[in-house]
Design a protein around this ligand. Sequence first.
Ligand SMILES: C[S@@+](CC[C@H](N)C(=O)[O-])C[C@H]1O[C@@H](n2cnc3c(N)ncnc32)[C@H](O)[C@@H]1O
Length: 218
Amino acid sequence: MTAFDAATEARVSDLVLGDRRHGLPADVTDARFWDEMYDSREQIFSGNPNPVLVTEISGLTPGRALDVGCGEGADAVWLAGQGWQVTGVDIARTAIDRAARRDSRVTWVHADWTVTPPHAEAFDLVTVHFVPIPRRHARNLIDAVAPGGTLLVTGHDLSDLPAGHIPGFDPADYVEPAALAEQLGDGWTVLVDEKRRRAPDATPHTHDRVLRATRDPI
Ligand SMILES: C[S@@+](CC[C@H](N)C(=O)[O-])C[C@H]1O[C@@H](n2cnc3c(N)ncnc32)[C@H](O)[C@@H]1O
C-alpha cells in the first residue's frame, strides 16, 4: 500500500481493530469503515503509486485500465501519466472526491465493485491493490480483463499479522492473490505469483503477495 505515516497507521489500526467504544469488530466490506478512515485525515496515503504497480506495468502498451479500490487515486493517476485510459472505482466517497480533485484525466466512479461489477472483457488492465476480495465476487475481476489483457493483484501477506489482529475478519472469506491464480483457469498465463518483501513502513506488514497474469489473446 502506498505507505501510511505513523499517526495514520495508529488511526487505521484503531479502525481495523474494531470500534472499541462499542466493542464491535471491523467490517472491511462496509463503506462506513472506509469512509471513517478517509474522513479521519486530510490525506491517508502518500500520494505515490504502489511500487508493485510501477515495477510490473511500466513498459506495457497502454489501453483501458481499471483500478479497483483506487483510494485517493495515486495508482490511477500514475497510469494516466503512462498513457492509459483509466477508470478508478472506490466505495469511499471522500476518497473519490479527493482523487477527482487531483486529476481530471481519470474517470472516477463512486461505487462498490461487488454490487456494481465491471463489465466483462472491458479492460486491458485490471489492477487491485490492498482491496478485500470477497470469495464469491472474485470471478468478476477476472472476467473484466479483455483477451490479451493483464490482471495485477497485490495484497498483504496475511501470515505477517499476529493471530486475531483483526477481530471479526476471517481471511477464509477473502481471496488472496495466490488463490485468485488458482481460479484463473484455462486461457491465462501467470507471469508472477509470489511473496515479495515490501519497503519498511509504519504498517506491521513485511511482505506482499503479488499476482500478475495475462489473458491469452483470441
Ligand atoms: C487499503 S485501501 C487501498 C487503496 C489503494 N488501492 C492503495 O493501494 O493505496 C483499500 C481501498 O479499497 C476500497 N474498497 C474496499 N472495498 C471496496 C469495494 N467493495 N468497492 C470499491 N472500493 C472498495 C476502500 O474504500 C479503500 O479505498
